[in-house]
Write a protein that binds this ligand. Structure first.
Ligand SMILES: [Zn+2]
Length: 83
């Protein structure tokens, strides 16, 4: 036998780790983040601004203000390779 089986095993392990991490990060980004609620007000998890009441009426579980949600969606589209 030639080659370095240990090294190859380690490389494969490392690849699995990276893949798992990438999938985890992807799921985390795709999921709606937890709302930040203080004194009955909901605050944007990205910029910390209070989320408008109209927005919460339209989307009760919104965790971002309209601006940040738009940025987030643009980013998601870019990551998926869309334009
Ligand atoms: Zn925001």
């Amino acid at each position: 036998m030639t080659g370095h089986p240990d090294l190859i095993d380690r490389a494969a392990e490392r690849t699995d780790e990276l893949l798992a991490e990438a999938l985890y990060q992807q799921r985390k980004r795709a999921a709606e983040p937890e709302q930040i609620v203080e004194n009955g007000h909901v605050y944007c998890c990205d910029c910390g601004d209070q989320i408008a009441r109209e927005r919460l009426e339209a989307k009760p579980n919104a965790a971002r203000c309209g601006d940040c949600q738009q940025l987030h969606e643009n980013e998601q589209r870019r990551l998926r390779g869309g334009k």
